[in-house]
Design a protein. Sequence first.
Length: 476
Amino acid sequence: MTRTTEPSFRESVDLMFNRAAALMDLPPGLEEKIRVCNATYTVRFGVRLRGQMHTFVGYRSVHSEHMEPVKGGIRFATAVNQDEVEALAALMTYKCALVEAPFGGSKGGLCIDPREYEEYEMEQITRRFAYELAKRDLINPSQNVPAPDMGTGEREMAWIADQYARMNTTDINSRACVTGKPLNAGGIAGRVEATGRGVQYALREFFRHPKDVAAAGLEGSLDGKRVIVQGLGNVGYHAAKFLSEEDGSKIIGIIERDGALFDTDGLDVEAVRQWIVKHGGVTGFPDATHVPDGGTVLEEECDILVPAALEGVINLSNADRVKAPLIIEAANGPVTAGADEILRKKGTVIIPDMYANAGGVTVSYFEWVKNLSHIRFGRMQRRQEEARHELIVSELQRLDRYLGDAWSMSPNFKAQYLRGAGELELVRSGLDDTMRIAYQSMAEVWHDRSDVGDLRTAAYIVAIDKVAKSYRAKGL
Ligand code: NAD
C-alpha cells in the first residue's frame, strides 16, 4: 500500500528495521529488544549569559548497550528533539554493527543555533552540557563516547574532553571520553574529513561492482559523473572535494540553506566553500547560477545525488520528481520511509546512511583505540619498516648497476617505497578496508536473497544479525 502521510524520523527508522526483521528468523522478543531505544535522558540547564539566565534543553539517548561503550555524535541545532535523537541513536547501533566498530548506539543533541552565540558563550554552554552528561556517565571512556555531528566539530569536542578531564582528574584514559578532538588534544589524523572520505570510498567500492552500477542504470567509473550535493558542511564539503579532485566527478549542484548553486560544467568546490566561510551562504557566488529555492535542485538531472545536510529532505512531496538514479545518503535519514518506497519502485539505487556515513564512527573508533593505547599509530614500526625496505632498495640498486641500460628503477620508486606509513596513511587504509568489507557484506545479501530487493534492507539484515548474535552470546 502506498503511504500518504509521513512518519516521524524515528518511525521511519523503525519501519525500515521492521521491513528487514520480517525477513529474518529472530527469536520471539529479541526483535523488539533490538528495536527499542533503551533510555533517553533529557536535561534542562541554565547558563548566565549577557546578564540573564538562559535555559537550554539537551538530550542523550542510549539505543542499545549490547556493546559498551555506546557511541554517537552530539548535534547542535534548533530542530533537535527527542524523536530525532532516538532515531539517530538507533542508526548508530546498526551502523556500528555493520562496520564492526565494537560499540552500542547512542546520540545526543542540544536545541541551539550556534550562530547566535559568541565563541566564549558557546564554550560555557558546551561545558555545562558536558558536565550534566558526564556526571551521569553519559560521557565516559568506557560507557558513552560522543563525537561531532551537525553544528559541532573539533572545537566542541576539545571543550568536552577538557571538561571531563577536570571532573575526573585521575582517569588516565580521560581523553578517550570523546572522539573528533583536534590533533593536539588527543585527536587522530584524518578524523575531520573521515565521514566525507568514507562517502568517497563507499562510492569507489560501489563502482568496483559493474552489476551494481548497472542496477542504477549507470556504467563506467566515477570519472565524469555528474554529482549534486546538499549541504557543504563537514561531510558534504569533504565528499564533494575528494570526488571532484581525486575521482574526476563533476559537482554540478551545491544546495545550501540560502539556495543552490548550479553549473552543468562543474563547480569549484573549494571556491564555493571559501565563499560560504566568508559570506555565510552561497548567495552572490559569482561563477554559477543561483537558485533561490534550493530544494528544487534535488530534482535536477544528475548521476549521483548526495544529500549531506539533514533528515527528511527527500520525502513524499518530492520523491517522484527526484531523477538521480543513484543516491548516497551522506546525511542520516535524508530519505523518509515513504520516499524510500517510491524510489525503490522507480528503480533508484540508494546507498543507505548506516553504511554511507560510517566513515566518521570508523575513524572515531581508531581515535578511541589510540587514546586508550596512549601511542600514535605507526610510531613503533615505521622506521623498522623503512629499514627493511632499504634492504630491498639497495639490492635493486645493485641490479640496476649490473644491468646497465637494460633496466633501471622508475623515478621516485625509491622515495615512495622507502616511506613507511604514518598515522594518516594507516587511518586511510583502515577506513578504506572497512568501507570495502562492509559494502561487500551488504551487497552479498542484496544479490543472494531473492526476497531482498535493495541495499538498505540488506544493510539492516547484516546489522541486526550482528546485534542479535551479541545478545545471544550474552545469553539473552
Ligand atoms: P555540518 O553542520 O558541518 O554541515 C551541515 C551543512 O548543511 C551546513 O553547511 C548547513 O549550512 C547545511 N544545511 C543546513 N540546513 C540545510 C538546508 N535546509 N538545506 C541545505 N543545506 C542545509 O554537519 P555535518 O557534520 O556535515 O553533518 C551533516 C549530516 O551528516 C547530518 O545528517 C549528520 O548526522 C551526518 N553525519 C555527520 C558525521 C560527522 O562526522 N560530522 C558523521 C556521520 C553522519
